[in-house]
Write a protein that binds this ligand. Sequence first.
Ligand SMILES: O=C(O)c1ccccc1NCC(=O)[C@H](O)[C@H](O)COP(=O)(O)O
Length: 274
Amino acid sequence: MSVLDDIIAGVREDLAPRVEARPLEQLRDDAAAAPAPRDAYAALSGDGSGITLIAEVKRRSPSKGALADIADPAALAVRYETGGAAVVSVLTEQRRFGGSLADLDSVRAAVDLPLLRKDFTVDEYQIWEARAHGADLILLIVAALTDEELAGFLALTHELGMNALVETHTDVEVERAVAVGARIIGINVRNLKTLDIDRSVFGPLAGGIPAGTLIVAESGVRDVADVERFASDGADAILVGEALVRHDNPEDTIAAFLNAGRSARLVDQDQPTA
Ligand SMILES: O=C(O)c1ccccc1NCC(=O)[C@H](O)[C@H](O)COP(=O)(O)O
């Protein structure tokens, strides 16, 4: 069993009691009563002068174990907003990442930015749940879904007024994401089966994604050199967890990463075309 399979088995087990406690019919009412969805696509598009940044609330992970003791996720999210993040990502998976829907609720109450509910979506129920808890963006991992699930989940996400970050790691997964009409495609440089990080997969995969699709570089952004590399290779946005939660001053880190993205764009514009 791969790490991803193991995480998903746990997600399915944890889902069952929630469905029993709050059946889908009631959850739909909660979703209807939630604040209107914010436009994560527009937020991630930025002003075209550089890249935008998704800042993640991440306590621990399968690859690194404990990362940060985040007692107040709302306070951290406010710091992300102050630093210039375009979107805040809240990991809600409990077993391996130490997150919860309560984290999402507290962050929703504290910031105005679009929120990504970062979880392993394997059931429509989780999409309704994300909306009911005020999320604007959800994660769909291509490797975890059939084509039929991917298309159906993406359609439901759009019906609910949200966007989906459709995550890929291989050329076949990028083709599948494009085929279902994904508007925001993430390229995770972490292989979720082995947990290895390989930043070199990003450029060639990004090159195969059609114009008009937002491209998000996910994982392994540790310093400005990583940001410059992803920005030069076509990233519109970066998703950063570890480098922010381990840092005493996430505002400064976000500002440095956004500056690096702008500089990389300027350098690329100055390059003579062949
Ligand atoms: O982070 C992990 O170890 C991990 C393992 C298995 C599945 C998913 C995992 N992470 C989810 C993510 O996509 C990252 O949290 C996100 O891209 C931020 O990564 P980083 O900046 O490297 O913390």
